[in-house]
Design a protein around this ligand. Structure first.
Ligand code: ADP
Length: 309
């Protein structure tokens, strides 16, 4: 599965809809075998970028290639290398799950015993085996989502793209999805994920790209992005509720949240805890406990985009 090419390469990708620039020249590579998070607020251009990979959207300018295959010039080769799980759910009135997977396999001219075994494996891993003869409109939303995943994987694509796969999905199904996605990753597949759940991205993704307004704002390993953040957070638990105007100015200006049990401070990394203890003493706060932690991806995201995910 090793290749000299990036799994995906975006070069100056632009997409305009009339006057609206959905993508303003986006360039980056996704490392082969990476679990990659593509994050950004609504309207950032994530789906447009993903749809440029699958050929659903044609860029106004720039190139997209999958393992060196240009998605427009070498459409067939590129198409074989990528499987995109879209956000929209399906409801096909005529075919069963098994038939849909057979038809999808036919698009890639994949038939025979080995392909049937792969479909059986997908049905098993995605907990769809009992439902393989059901029509899709008889399925719950969570099951429809799993059918979409199976359809995107019928041709064992090297690059698997999941667009908001866990939106509105219950905890059990999330676990099934992540266990399966992690096993694909372990087998060497590149996984590209968009998600609103930043804890998921923080736990799963090795690299993270953050987009906003059709532009790339950051692309780093998740660890580097979290480390580079210039703040850390200090939770101060107090013996009694404290009014914010009782705090000295340096605490007030760093106050992030407050409740009956205490408050959360956002501190520049170079501020010593001693200094904070002095400020707490000057404010006559009775401290019960103090807990310091680094920023979460959610906080880094907010800092870079100014918007909640
Ligand atoms: P995201 O997936 O990050 O939420 P999208 O890629 O869906 O963002 O959208 C980026 C921008 O492009 C948005 O302003 C959206 O309204 C616009 N857009 C997307 N698809 C179309 C389309 N088919 N026609 C017109 N505008 C579109």
């Amino acid at each position: 599965m090793s290749t000299p090419f990036p799994a995906v390469s975006f070069q100056n990708v632009q997409k305009s809809y009339g006057d609206l620039s959905a993508l303003k020249g986006v360039s980056f590579d996704v490392r082969p075998g990476c679990f990659f998070g593509l994050l950004g607020p609504n309207g950032a251009g994530k789906s447009t970028l993903i749809n440029c990979m699958s050929g659903l959207v044609r860029p106004t300018d720039g190139q997209v290639s999958i393992q060196g295959q240009d998605v427009i010039k070498n459409y067939r080769e590129a198409r074989r290398l990528v499987g995109v799980v879209p956000q929209e759910l399906i409801a096909d009135p005529f075919f069963s799950i098994r038939e849909l997977l057979d038809i999808q396999s036919g698009y890639f001219a994949l038939r025979g015993a080995a392909q049937n075994r792969w479909i059986d494996y997908l049905l098993e891993r995605l907990a769809l085996k009992d439902k393989s003869d059901a029509l899709t409109h008889e399925l719950s939303g969570g099951m429809k989502r799993r059918v979409l995943i199976a359809m995107a994987l019928v041709h064992k694509p090297q690059v698997v793209v999941l667009d908001e796969p866990t939106a509105g999905v219950d905890v059990d199904l999330r676990k099934t999805l992540w266990d399966f996605t992690k096993s694909l990753h372990r087998q060497g597949h590149t996984i590209i994920l968009t998600t609103h759940y930043l804890e998921e991205a923080e736990a799963l993704c090795e690299d993270v790209a953050i987009m906003k307004g059709g532009e790339l704002k950051a692309l780093e390993t998740t660890d580097a992005l979290l480390c580079r953040h210039q703040y850390r957070y200090l939770r101060v638990k107090t013996m009694a509720p404290v009014a914010s105007d009782a705090l000295v100015a340096p605490l007030q200006s760093r106050l992030e949240e407050q409740d009956a049990n205490g408050f959360l401070l956002r501190l520049e990394k170079d501020i010593a805890i001693n200094e904070v203890l002095d400020w707490l003493g000057q404010s006559q706060v009775s401290v019960q406990d103090i807990n310091s932690r680094d920023a979460t991806l959610e906080e880094v995201f907010l800092d870079l985009t100014g918007e909640a995910q």
